[in-house]
Design a protein around this ligand. Sequence first.
Ligand SMILES: [Zn+2]
Length: 171
Amino acid sequence: MVTEGPALLDARRARQVAEQVPDPELPMLTLADLGVLRDVEVAADGTVVAGLTPTYSGCPAMAEMRADVAARLREAGYPRVEIRTVLDPPWTSDWITEPGRRKLAEHDIAPPGAAPRGPVPLVLSPTRPAVPCPRCGSADTEETSRFAATSCKALWRCRACREPFEYVKEI
Ligand SMILES: [Zn+2]
């Protein structure tokens, strides 16, 4: 049990270290921006226990993320680190914070729209909400590839400024 002041302070410091770890696939975002860092505790024996929620299913970045958090915490003076996977509640793209969305837009990446709620009806020609161009703001855009370099992003193109851009999918 973490009850004493120093342990709580220590947990807060450990959390700050873990929060600043960048996402391997969206390196302009920290784990805090992504909203994947659930809890950080320091056990009585000094072990830091950090809970992470996986993002896009099958996203290979998760293993890297875990390793990065453990490495940063060790560098910060916590030799014993345990990373737990927290599956419930499942992550949705709504957990990306406002600062995180701003950083995506600053990097010409369109942030995700509102996550779908409840069962998603299976339709052959889904009507997708327009994704505004992160460069010029035009809504005259089209998807060119459902899968960009990573599973969490799709490739879009703006018909107004003719620039391609990446779009973080909502889930
Ligand atoms: Zn544009």
